[in-house]
Design a protein around this ligand. Structure first.
Ligand code: CMC
Length: 391
């Protein structure tokens, strides 16, 4: 009818119907394809969850084995991509490098661009599931000046990620089961979250029929920001800063509440969860478990616990329904695993990959129209052009 309603940040605007992830922000419920997040985090491994998100149901043994075999078969990354990687400065942020390399993969995998059938779609999906961990490993190794590693086909999907990041080619590798379990959990908890900023980006870029890898590259860029996936890095930097400042959490609580101070308590608040973030609950106990099992005594955990307690009892946070989110404790676990802080958001991207793929696939199969929001124009009325020398 020509009337345009403005909804900044799309706080009350639905962009699609989706059968992938159910989220009730008031009750703190999150389910992928109907499976409760608590159960998946406890019992499933990441590849099973990726399969369920992308194809609709948890796989049986044969389906899982075939999916993994297809991923393995396509995990090699063209050597020319190394040359692109080499051209980045060593201190480039890994998220920028990852986004660029994901986009660059398009050139070597034209099937990811012209998706004409379900087979094309499947080919593009297993290729990116196979190559993405390699890019993640390379991105980290580049920033540390380490030799690149191509992965090991005999390893499980999650083991291979750690191998790609930390091991020398052909080095024997048996992953510590505590770390394997924690990494599975973290990746599962990050795997999808319905129409968040990066997923909406993937869907909207994909809606123009740009290919899968280009859409994912845009999603990685969206995830990078500190209000979204970049919060996990920001949380750890914040906790470090508080520690270096003598551990005075009250001072930082006051800063977070001061409207003239841009500081926010990172890892707190969520657009949709207004009661608690069910992912944060699981991660908090996982952090306790992992640090305990690994015998790590991290003073930063005490600072995080104090901040949480103070915020949960502070009217500013209570009135605004601000609770710890998924990113508040995840960095503490990543750090205990030896993952460098600038890689935290990359780990989030690794987890979110199947969710982005599932959402992109759903959007394409449903033949959704190109995403194209409207606006209300508030600029100048028509005015005459004035030659440059007369301005
Ligand atoms: N610290 C202090 N005040 C806050 C915070 C915070 N972390 N989060 C929100 N507020 C205040 C905000 O100033 C506003 O106050 P007022 O009503 O007086 O103006 C009120 O709470 C509502 O905030 P909002 O910014 O309008 O809420 P939003 O839904 O637009 O933003 C958010 C959600 C997650 C971006 C925001 O809470 C935030 O910036 N949190 C810190 C960053 C963070 O942890 N992000 C990770 C999100 S979870 C992982 C993911 O899925 O990306």
């Amino acid at each position: 009818n020509g009337v345009i309603t403005i909804d900044p940040g799309y706080k009350n605007t639905g962009s699609c119907e989706s059968a992938i992830t159910f989220l009730d922000g008031e009750k703190g419920i999150l389910r992928y394809r109907g499976y409760a997040i608590e159960e998946l985090a406890e019992k499933a491994d990441f590849l099973e969850v990726a399969y369920a998100l992308i194809f609709g149901d948890l796989p049986n043994k044969e389906q899982l084995a075939k999916f993994h075999a297809d991923i393995r078969e396509h995990s090699l990354v063209d050597d020319d991509v190394r040359k692109i990687l080499e051209a980045f400065p060593k201190n480039a942020h890994p998220m920028g490098v990852l986004s660029s390399l994901t986009s660059a993969l398009t050139a070597f995998n034209p099937v990811s661009v012209n998706i004409e059938s379900r087979e094309d779609m499947y080919k593009a999906i297993v290729r990116i599931m196979g190559k993405f961990p390699v890019l993640v490993g390379w991105t980290m190794r580049k920033s540390k000046g380490m030799h690149l590693n191509y992965g090991k086909k005999s390893l499980g999907y999650v083991e291979n990620i750690m191998y790609l990041m930390f091991k020398q080619p052909n080095e024997d590798f048996k992953m510590n089961p505590i770390i394997k379990n924690a990494l599975d959990k973290l990746l599962i908890l990050h795997a999808d979250h319905e129409q968040n900023c990066s997923t909406s980006t993937v869907r909207i870029v994909g809606s123009s029929h740009a290919g899968l890898f280009a859409s994912l590259s845009a999603g990685i860029s969206a995830l990078w920001g500190p209000l979204h996936g970049g919060a996990n890095q920001a949380v750890l930097e914040m906790l470090e800063a508080i520690k270096a400042d003598g551990g005075d959490t009250k001072k930082y609580m006051a800063k977070a509440k001061d409207k003239n101070d841009p500081f926010r308590l990172m890892g707190f608040g969520h657009r949709v969860y207004k009661n608690f973030d069910p992912r944060a609950k699981i991660i908090k106990s996982a952090a306790d478990e992992v640090l305990n099992d690994l015998g790590v005594d991290d003073p930063i955990l005490d600072i995080a616990r104090s901040l949480e307690q103070e915020a949960l009892n502070d009217p500013y946070f209570v009135d605004r329904k601000l609770y710890p989110n998924v990113d508040f404790y995840s960095g503490i676990i990543y750090r205990a695993m030896g993952i460098p802080v600038e890689m935290f958001t990359v780990m989030f991207a690794l987890g979110r990959l199947p969710g982005w793929i599932a959402q992109w696939k759903e959007m394409r199969l449903k033949k959704e129209p190109i995403g194209r929001p409207r606006q209300v124009y508030t600029g100048a009325n028509e005015r005459p052009f004035v030659e440059c020398e007369n301005r």
